[in-house]
Design a protein around this ligand. Structure first.
Ligand SMILES: C[S@@+](CC[C@H](N)C(=O)[O-])C[C@H]1O[C@@H](n2cnc3c(N)ncnc32)[C@H](O)[C@@H]1O
Ligand code: SF4
Length: 392
């Protein structure tokens, strides 16, 4: 049986040169990366998953990690060629690759652009050597500036359609003035997109252990809230505005792939630890979320013998989907689109949500209903978690 296809594709590349102190993503530290074997395994998983899907032209592809800039442009190009043969990859599709400064020596950023990547997101995190060391990053600030310069040149030459940088704020010792300097030094390179994440201490990470042992201070949450509030004004002189809690873009430079996640679209995901959302095989369900094994061995041995390696598989009903849409939709500056939600979960559930929003507003909660959208004003973003609970 075939079902409608996902038009967004996520490919996870799990290898990194070093584990960063704060990171709990599905990553493996390796110097000797099995690049070709990983390509063969990804293509095997894609073939397996494609059997149940009706191909439709792909709108967005995202190579995330880990450090996909260590894979090599030839391997990234081979995945794109497979997707093009399977479903069609139009010239206007958004193709993003995450790149790390100091972890691109296998292929240069220009080679990735030549292989079909048209958007590069570079993990800068900080432009201060002391802070980069505290985060256990593999690169220093000179390496980060070098990557930004390369991106600026590729954009200027029209070899990339868009580019972004990631920053982390609230690392120990960082002041508001430091954040301002980081943002300026990144955006001075002409990047039209910035992601700025508040440092979180994830259980099981080296950062968590250091904070527990009081070797490192926990992030100051009040200062992080001030930083979150300050970011729109820091980005505005460069023409970037907030479109999601952690994301800022110039016009036509939002990340279409992430917007597909946040607006509840289906997406096909492949690779170690990758999570996807596809149409449900069983009637009556809105979709199915799956999560691949985080163990490299488990995933590899399953896909190479033609089997899935899912550790998680959950059919999603309309109510669960609605809760997910509230969670991601309220993070968007434009808010949650009730009209689109109604089409996906039906009139009764979306009407009930609208009523809960009106009741919360009547109780003085900082929500807004305008037209067909429910949104959280920028100054109330620090209350987001509580506002989500009001609605689901
Ligand atoms: C998993 S990383 C992959 C990208 C790439 N490997 C890198 O490190 O730049 C994606 C982004 O998530 C953010 N991130 C990961 N863990 C985080 C944490 N605990 N707190 C804040 N941001 C985090 C970082 O900004 C990072 O660039
Ligand atoms: S390089 Fe990126 S994915 Fe790898 S450990 Fe660091 S933050 Fe995580």
């Amino acid at each position: 049986m075939t079902t409608p296809s996902a038009t967004s594709v996520y490919i996870h590349f799990p290898y990194c040169l070093r584990r960063c102190a704060y990171c709990d993503f599905a990553t493996t530290v390796a110097r000797d990366i099995p690049r070709d074997a990983y390509l063969a395994a990804i293509l095997a998983e894609l073939q397996l998953r494609a059997r149940d899907l009706t191909p439709a032209p792909i709108a967005t592809v995202f190579f995330g990690g880990g450090t996909p800039s260590l894979w090599g442009a030839n391997n990234v190009g081979a995945v794109l060629a497979w997707l093009d043969r399977w479903a069609g990859l139009p010239a206007d599709a958004e193709v993003t690759l995450e790149a790390n400064p100091g972890a691109t020596e296998f292929s240069t950023l220009a080679e990735y652009a030549a292989a079909g990547v048209n958007r590069i997101s570079v993990g800068i995190q900080a432009l201060d050597d002391r802070r980069l060391r505290a985060l256990d990053r593999v690169h220093d600030s000179a390496g980060a500036l070098g990557a930004l310069k390369q991106l600026g040149e590729l954009l200027g030459a029209g070899r990339l359609r868009s580019a972004s940088a990631d920053l982390i704020f609230g690392a120990p010792g960082q002041t508001l003035a430091d954040l301002q300097a980081d943002v300026r030094r990144v955006l001075d390179h002409g990047l039209p997109h910035l992601s700025a994440y508040s440092l979180t201490v994830e259980p099981g990470t080296p950062l968590h252990q250091r904070v527990e042992r009081q070797v490192q201070a926990a992030p100051d949450e009040d200062l992080q809230a001030d930083m979150l509030a300050a970011l729109p004004a820091l980005c505005a002189p460069y023409g970037l505005s907030r479109y999601e809690v952690s994301n800022y873009a110039q016009l036509n430079h939002t990340c279409r792939h992430n917007l597909a996640y946040w607006t509840g679209r289906y997406y096909l995901a492949a690779g170690v630890g990758a999570h996807g959302f596809l149409p449900a095989a069983t009637p009556g369900w809105l979709g199915r979320r799956y999560g691949n094994a985080r163990s490299h061995q488990k995933w590899l041995s399953a896909v190479t013998r033609g089997a899935f390696a899912e550790e998680l598989s959950e059919d999603i009903d309309a109510e669960t989907h609605l809760a997910e849409r509230v969670l991601t939709g309220l993070r968007l500056t434009e808010g949650l689109d009730l009209e689109a939600l109604r089409r996906d979960v039906g009139e009764p559930l979306s009407q009930a949500l609208l009523q809960r929003a009106h009741k919360a507003i009547a109780r003085g909660r900082p929500l807004q209903v305008s037209g067909t959208r429910i949104c959280v004003p920028g100054e109330a973003l620090h209350l987001l978690d509580a506002l989500v609970l009001d609605l689901v």
